[in-house]
Design a protein. Structure first.
Length: 191
């Protein structure tokens, strides 16, 4: 059976991204170093050659990859017990998992989020201040509105309240095509 890579919004995405981004970073730095070393050896120890310039330019994508690896490395994946509880409570809802929202002002890890019934219900286990939660709710609402999706966003810090809200959203009929489009727009906002 072929293993598929977890897409953004799927459970296991953070673990997969940690491995893949670290591997990509190591390969990028190794390639830049190898190019430098080849140029150094081909030019009898002279560093003033085109290979050195190419290697220096190769450090740019390696450094960008390193930043992404650090960002993902700092994230703790979603707890498996919480995942099972959310999956059970969501019923037929299409839930997005392990979302890392980033802005210039703040970052917030959201364990799970569902889009249905004209709302986005999300849950974070992180202990953050209410002003951070309100800021992120506003940020997501504005971003969704900019892409043509009007949704009220509520980020819960209480797991029981979130699970109950998921059950309510599922009982009202789940999501429609417009909700799935809003979900895709929301996924475009995360790392």
């Amino acid at each position: 059976m072929k293993k598929t890579k977890p897409e953004k919004g799927c459970y296991g995405y953070i673990r997969y991204q940690k491995r893949i981004r670290l591997l990509r970073t190591v390969l990028c730095f190794a390639a830049a170093f190898a190019i430098y070393l080849i140029g150094y050896l081909l030019n009898d120890g002279d560093k003033k050659n085109i290979y050195t310039i190419i290697a220096m330019l190769g450090i740019i994508p390696a450094s960008l990859s390193c930043v992404g690896a650090i960002m993902m490395g700092l994230r703790k994946p979603m707890d498996e017990v919480l995942y099972r509880d959310v999956k059970e409570a969501a019923g037929s809802l299409n839930v997005a998992y392990e979302l890392y929202f980033t802005t210039h002002d703040t970052n917030l890890f959201v364990d799970a989020a569902a889009v249905a019934d004209g709302t986005v219900a999300a849950f974070t286990h992180e202990d953050v201040k209410q002003d951070v939660i309100r800021f992120m709710e506003d940020h997501i609402e504005k971003s969704l509105r900019a892409s043509g999706h009007r949704r009220k966003v509520k980020i819960f810090q209480n797991e029981k309240q979130f699970l109950e809200r998921l059950r309510q959203m599922d009982a009202k009929g789940g999501e429609n095509g417009e909700d799935l489009a809003a979900r895709r727009a929301m996924l475009a906002l995360v790392l």
